[in-house]
Design a protein around this ligand. Sequence first.
Ligand code: FPP
Length: 242
Amino acid sequence: MAKKHEPPVPQDMMPKHIAIIMDGNGRWAKKRGMPRTYGHVQGALAFRKLLRYANDIGIKYISFYAFSTENWKRPDDEVHALMDLMRKYLKEAYDHFDLRTRFVLLGDEDGFESDLRQQFIDIQKDTDDFEKMTAGIAANYGSRHEITSAVKQIAQQVKSGALQLEDITEDLISQHLYTKDMPDVDLMIRPGGEQRISNFLLWQCAYAEFYFCDTLWPDFDSKELDKAIVEFAKRTRRFGGL
Ligand code: FPP
């Protein structure tokens, strides 16, 4: 399929892995006198558009924070609405195989109802061969939980003698995270006006550039993504060196 959009900066200056905290759905709806769940519906549409746009301009890895381990504390109707949106979009993903996008669940699949859990298992299996782009969907995700569970798995292997203490490297730890097949995050974007990381990809963001803006997530479109990428390209990354 012919490319519809040009990337905002030359390909070699583009971030390889973009992570996005999709914040501000509730406020977006409230401003319009609508229920919070309507904001999530609009937020999901923004997600769909942005995924296609990112694919179009050649982003290789993109991760979206859809539902945190803490979000279970929200009112039941909101949790249900978010789960139903995930069901809908995971089903719909089968209509978008032209994107050649591999979907990866970043999160603990055991927290979901069995049908949704199965949908996550299926989409990962059915898109596993796609190589144009990888989309991480962080759902039932918490970074501290992810790191804790990596530590437990590694400790278990040391205990059983399968690993020596000296075998524990940063790389080994990365290999035990949900993002094991993905590079570290280059650009972390948070719309919605808050400037915090909210337990999202803490390990993977060690050297990420951060981009915050006031736009609420349902209004975050391709132009907003371009702005973030242009800003990223202007920054000098030293990774601790000079
Ligand atoms: C944060 O905004 C957003 C969420 C907790 C949910 C994000 C989910 C979606 C965009 C839709 C479903 C996702 C997929 C992948 C289909 P908030 O509600 O906390 O906003 P607020 O800060 O204005 O209250």
